[in-house]
Design a protein around this ligand. Structure first.
Ligand SMILES: Cc1cc2nc3c(=O)[nH]c(=O)nc-3n(C[C@H](O)[C@H](O)[C@H](O)COP(=O)(O)OP(=O)(O)OC[C@H]3O[C@@H](n4cnc5c(N)ncnc54)[C@H](O)[C@@H]3O)c2cc1C
Length: 412
């Protein structure tokens, strides 16, 4: 019980954002009684499975502007917020608690233990040192504001609790029991759509190439200006890897509207242009004119992929570089730098996925994460219309918004 404490606050959602809000608040004001509600039987369940069980805590990017560019939704608001709490702060926070993070070549940061349990243990040990009451297996069914300006939380048919302030850290708003309450409080929910998914592609060019990957491909929908670049992995269902996941994030709403049936293009060579490929072909004609096109992969493309694209361009196994017709050459160049593919559905990536959409950013003050509609109502994490691409950006958004919310709640 919290009899000696002044104010009572509730944080709803025992995930990354909820824990970070609770701890940030408790660190900065020891006289607030904090109840942390989690409807499930387990705390921090997404942290546990995150990053393939290793927890990609944040990203090695320390410039707020650059960092904010990794968020298809919420970039502008987060840019300012990152000035208050960014990856350097996250790293230092964990370091102060004896947890070192390491950086992988692509910038993702993990605990040196390569085990998400390290992060969970850290949070649980911190919580035990503060006046935070953990209410596990306790979902909140609705929230309303009383005439006195207090928050009334309905826990079940018989149980109601009063609080001075509330932070919603609910995670994805998909199917949330609190959607109605949030709307009644005056907030809008931006349309929800999955983000970070692989494309299902049933196409002879990639059908038997599951496991083949290229380190730097460029992919786009209808405009190359909005292309995404990165490793691309051919899977048994189609295409995945950072380039595809990034495109799925930036185009999450468009692709949902198209029911995940859409045309997209792949430049298997990343940045190479038509003229550069043509030059390389001309060199081949001079230097390896007698060799078969099919047996001399260029641009360090995986052999099986090269062979498949050559066949698709209707170049026979025997055709040599000097015999390559202009028409066949053009077909192969198209296949290499602007191959057209049809996606027929999506596959959610088991490593990491998030929901695009959620509580409208317009109605939240990003200095404090306080609602602009209801005083002393705060938001943190994925329930807001914010999402990042893969790489630790989603947790960083949870830490940053949680920190801001916790800091502001410490002043109530
Ligand atoms: C498989 C997977 C792997 C991922 N890996 C990474 C990664 O390595 N790095 C990264 O940056 N991001 C990763 N993400 C994304 C990241 O997990 C989320 O962005 C992050 O968890 C969001 O934190 P959150 O606290 O806002 O939401 P959540 O972690 O979803 O927590 C919200 C909590 O609120 C609870 N809740 C909801 N409604 C109520 C209610 N009414 N009453 C009580 N409790 C309620 C939910 O049960 C949940 O536990 C991954 C996602 C998935 C699915």
């Amino acid at each position: 019980m919290h009899q000696s404490l002044n104010k009572r606050v509730a944080i709803i959602g025992g995930g990354a954002a909820g824990f970070f809000t609770a701890l940030s608040l408790a660190e900065q004001n020891t006289s607030v009684a904090i109840d942390l509600f989690e409807k499930r039987k387990e705390w921090l369940s997404k942290v546990r499975v995150s990053g393939g069980g290793r927890c990609n805590v944040t990203h090695h990017c320390f410039d707020p502007k650059q960092l904010s560019e990794h968020y298809p939704r919420g970039s502008r608001e987060l840019r300012a917020a990152f000035h208050a709490w960014q990856p350097t702060d996250t790293i230092a926070w964990f370091e102060e608690r004896g947890i070192d993070l390491k950086t992988e070549v692509d910038g993702r940061m993990f605990p040196t233990t390569d085990d998400s349990q390290t992060i969970i243990d850290c949070f649980m040990s911190e919580v035990a040192q503060h006046s935070i009451q953990l209410k596990k297996g306790q979902g909140v069914e609705s929230i309303s504001v009383t005439a006195e300006g207090q928050f009334l939380l309905k826990l079940d048919e018989q149980t109601y609790e009063n609080y001075d302030a509330v932070c919603l850290a609910l995670g994805s708003m998909k199917g949330s029991s609190l959607e109605g309450s949030i709307q009644k409080l005056g907030h809008h929910i931006e349309p929800l759509a999955p983000s970070l998914f692989a494309f299902n592609v049933n196409d002879s060019r990639v059908q038997s190439l599951s496991g083949v990957s290229v380190p730097k491909a460029r992919v786009w929908l209808d405009s190359i200006k909005q292309s995404q670049m990165g490793p691309l992995l051919i899977t048994h269902r189609g295409m995945s890897g950072p380039a595809i996941l990034k495109l799925s994030a930036w185009k999450a709403r468009t692709l949902k509207d198209q029911n995940y049936h859409f045309t997209f293009y792949v430049n298997w060579l990343g940045v190479s242009t038509h003229d550069e490929v043509l030059k390389a072909f001309n060199r081949q004609r001079i230097e390896a004119g007698k060799r078969s096109v099919k047996n001399t992969p260029l641009f360090e493309l995986p052999k099986r992929l090269w062979e498949s694209l050559v066949s698709y361009a209707q170049i026979s196994n025997e055709t040599t570089w000097s015999q390559l017709s202009k028409k066949a050459e053009q077909s192969l160049i198209t296949e290499l730098i602007a191959g057209r593919y049809e996606a027929q559905g999506k596959t959610t990536n088991k490593e990491e996925f998030v929901t695009c959409g959620g509580v409208s950013r317009k109605e939240i003050d990003f200095k404090s994460m306080e609602s602009k509609c209801v005083p002393k109502l705060f938001f943190a994490g994925e329930c807001i219309d914010i999402d990042g691409i893969t790489g630790g950006f989603n947790f960083q958004a949870a830490w940053t918004t949680g920190r801001l919310a916790g800091t502001a709640m410490a002043q109530i």
